[in-house]
Ligand binder design. Sequence first.
Ligand SMILES: Cc1cc2nc3c(=O)[nH]c(=O)nc-3n(C[C@H](O)[C@H](O)[C@H](O)COP(=O)(O)OP(=O)(O)OC[C@H]3O[C@@H](n4cnc5c(N)ncnc54)[C@H](O)[C@@H]3O)c2cc1C
Ligand code: SF4
Length: 808
Amino acid sequence: MKRKLVMIGNGMAGVSFVEQLLKLNPHRYDITIIGAEPHPNYNRIMLSSVLAGDANMQDIVLNDWDWYRDNNILLHAGQTAAHIDTEKRTVTTDKGIAASYDDLVFATGSLPFMLPLPGADKEGVIAFRDIKDCETMIEASKNYRKAVVIGGGLLGLEAARGLLNLKMEVDVVHIFDNLMERQLDRTASKLLQAELERQGMNFLLEKQSDSIMGKKRVTGLKFKDGTHVDADLVVMAVGIKPNVQLAKDSGIEVNRGIVVDDYLQTSLPNVYAVGECAEHRGIAYGLVAPLYEQGAILAKKLAGVDSEGYQGSVVSTKLKVSGVNVFSAGRFNDEPGTKAVRVQDDIDGIYKKVVFDQGKVIGAVLFGDTGDSSRLFSLIRSGEDFAGREKEVLLGSSGGQMASTGDLVAAMSGDEIVCGCNGVTKDTILESITEKGCVSVGEIRACTKASGGCGGCKPLVEAILTSALGEDNVAAVKEGICGCTTLSRDEVVDAIKRMHLTTSKEVMHVLEWANPEGCTKCRPALNYYLGMVYPDEHEDELESRIVNERSHANIQKDGTFSVVPRIYGGVTTPADLKKIATVAEKYNVPLVKITGGQRIDLLGVKKEDLPGMWGDLDMPSGYAYGKALRTVKTCVGSTFCRFGTQDSIKMGIDLEKKFERLDTPHKVKLAVSGCPRNCAEATIKDLGVVAIDGGWEIYVAGNGGTRVRAADLLVKVKTEEEVLEWTGAYLQYYRETANWNERTSEWAQRVGLDTVKKALESKEDRDALCERIDKTLGLVKDPWKQIVENAELSKAFDALTAPAEAKV
Ligand SMILES: Cc1cc2nc3c(=O)[nH]c(=O)nc-3n(C[C@H](O)[C@H](O)[C@H](O)COP(=O)(O)OP(=O)(O)OC[C@H]3O[C@@H](n4cnc5c(N)ncnc54)[C@H](O)[C@@H]3O)c2cc1C
Ligand code: SF4
């Protein structure tokens, strides 16, 4: 019989441990995970990238809901383990669920340290630790102007950079007079400060916070020296403390963290701790690389595999602020008996320092150029002796030869972690090359996740790849649409057409995908390309679609869904409004919202209510979730407006009725304005139509999202029929030539507007494109109706949308 394993905490360290355990001994345990956050395991490190606008929440998910289901893991997400009965061996959650265990693992991470300042409980005072904090900051930036970050360490500076990107004014308050004092020496710290000031950050150094000002919401921060700064948002990034209370309450030995031995066992038998909550030989780590090392040891222990136990880790730091390259590792401060080699180049703003103790590299700081970071980190870990030739490490030997990265790769042990963000070892990378046939960094990333986090290890991954395959073979390899292939989008589509490939499996097999199952990037892309090329032959592969498309509704952050019925042109009727109101009441919809695209959004719908709601609404799907035509926004136009020159409402409704349900590479938004006053904001849409005297102007490739782009004029036409014809031809040309997941604005810039105009110039070409789009449009069906009318589909839908055993 299987043993029962319960893990408290669904974060990076814990889930990495579970992954390793499953690899070593997949059948040993029935696994239950209790996670307080209502999300699957995500990459906390990447929250800085989300805040800075370089990634979105979906990009940072490490293990999606399907992973838990596929591995038979019972996940109680959004529940906090509240009580442990160590006698009966049960854990009970705050929602009353009890789980019994044979082995229990604490992976509760850390809590952000909040300075106990008077007023710290005011609205707008937050930490930077999880998705919720990130969302609060993004939301605050929409309504407020001035942010203050307390803490000039790694986290504080990354938060500050993100807030600057969100167009807030940012002051960083720090108690010391040099930033990142625990990771940088004074020189690097001052260089960093100068660079961040250049980027727009303002520093208030040697300031001690006294109290938070304001009534309900924060209005400022007062300092001990009597001065103050205004603030609409205060982010405290002053440190973390291991989350140990539950362990302490359960009678487990706790110091700063939960005390563990070399096998991650706590003071109680069969109870373990891993990650930031654990304290090993007096150290509670706050970076992921050591936590992954701990996870690997614990996995061996619970899988029954011998190991020498965890011996502690050397850590390195990299700041994830764009335009600033900073790295440090080991003991980089000058200490008695140590020697340092320094290089400073004020022209290019580069500073490097390597510290030696008895000939061995014990620490390094790099600013401006961090290309040597992997090599130096390896040297610190390997303990290679450079006595008498220390300068070679930074400057090369008299012959100009530095120890090559290749030599260092050769010297690395197999279990050394290369990708700190994802805990990937050198051996795992080598295995992906030798056994899975990976021949590019992209493929290795797809196979192992290495270099998929902050990207700092990319040079080392490249070096391992080069050392395994040889320089020539690596240089010859180009990056493909994802890590599973080296083929570009055009090559894949061409092969689909040439070889008449009609399923993703066929494509992957015939084109020799490195990963035969594909990945989250290529699976939906292939499904789209196949549907675009063979609209009548290709059977939609639901499992390849992204979660919102599989659910035909938008999943919200609390796990509920939103339902947006189609309202053509934004024009509704009292009867439809009554119907929507009745449905909203019947299903206790907590929020009814008018969207920016003039639709009605019913938010907070339980997954099991979706088919019922769709049936009761008896309206077509508004496709608010899909890579498809979303909305056609219209102004009232000549129907009521005294300025209107054309009937924009009719034009909008005609467009929406014609092109609804069409699969496109990315979402497509349209708008029609009845005169050049442009009340429907048609010139920031993927395609916008603006009425003029005697005709219409068609604008394309606009975007009102994160990268705002004004649309370009494509053509002026006279009749409504011509608007429909040009729109059809334009959309089909986009469908046939864009990369999957590429908005029209990016696509048009990539291929060039002149190319687009040329492709649509002749009536003959437009007709051919329209013929192809009409063929596709003739095949589309409303998904809600199909599900409502088919019990089997309805059942399958339930299974697909429910994150399996996940309790959300
Ligand atoms: C913005 C940011 C940037 C970072 N950048 C870097 C970086 O560049 N490099 C680096 O190495 N590290 C970085 N870190 C640190 C890194 O994210 C952490 O070291 C790592 O996430 C710790 O993993 P963990 O599993 O121990 O804890 P966590 O990832 O915090 O996971 C613990 C989980 O347990 C849950 N939990 C706690 N108590 C309970 C309970 N009683 N019941 C149920 N669930 C519970 C918590 O809600 C949490 O989800 C960064 C952290 C942040 C916040
Ligand atoms: S765009 Fe012109 S027609 Fe339409 S509402 Fe505005 S002013 Fe009236």
